[in-house]
Design a protein around this ligand. Structure first.
Ligand code: SF4
Ligand code: SF4
Length: 163
């Protein structure tokens, strides 16, 4: 898995123009059943991909924390919201709460998330490949294929499947 992760930025760069063209076309004329196609592709890919062997998202890009995420995780630690924010978060250029540092503080050496049950919504949904109206997040996906081997594979399969 580590080899795949190491090669991913270059592979994603090589495919970038092709992917960009594909998503422009997809946005203009998405198949009627795109939501179902994505659900299937997502499910099939994550039957093969074990996130515990990877954790590249947690190691390289922290999630943003919504207010609800902040409250829930702070409560989990029995901390006051402000205390939790001061200890773990900062505000980024888009005015969102994000982690002060990556790899994520809550990631264990065994790739387990120590706050899995209360983890941020963005972590639960990453890499968003089963999202409804997937064509609307093409810019995000173009970035995610360089981070997430599963997202990379899903986009490669999409290109073969949707002409
Ligand atoms: S979601 Fe993607 S990047 Fe994150 S651990 Fe799973 S395969 Fe790796
Ligand atoms: S909170 Fe958990 S799932 Fe989210 S980035 Fe950190 S370790 Fe990964």
């Amino acid at each position: 898995m580590q080899n795949i992760i190491n090669n991913l930025p270059k592979q994603a760069k090589d495919k970038h123009n092709e992917n960009k063209k594909f998503f422009v076309k997809l946005k203009k004329r998405p198949p009627k059943n795109l939501d179902y196609i994505m659900e299937d592709l997502h499910e099939q890919e994550f039957e093969k991909t074990d996130c515990l062997e990877c954790a590249n998202c947690c190691k390289t890009t922290g999630p943003l924390f919504t207010d609800k995420d902040v409250d829930r995780v702070a409560k989990h630690f029995r901390m006051k919201t402000q205390q939790f924010i001061a200890q773990y978060l900062r505000i980024d250029e888009d005015n969102d709460y994000v982690l002060q540092s990556v790899p994520c503080t809550f990631l264990g050496a065994d790739n387990y998330c120590s706050i899995y049950d209360v983890r941020p919504k963005a972590c639960r949904e990453f890499p968003h490949t089963d999202r409804k109206k997937f064509q609307q997040i093409s810019n995000l996906t173009l970035k995610n294929v360089a981070i997430c081997p599963a997202a990379f594979n899903i986009v490669e399969t999409m290109k073969k499947l949707i002409k």
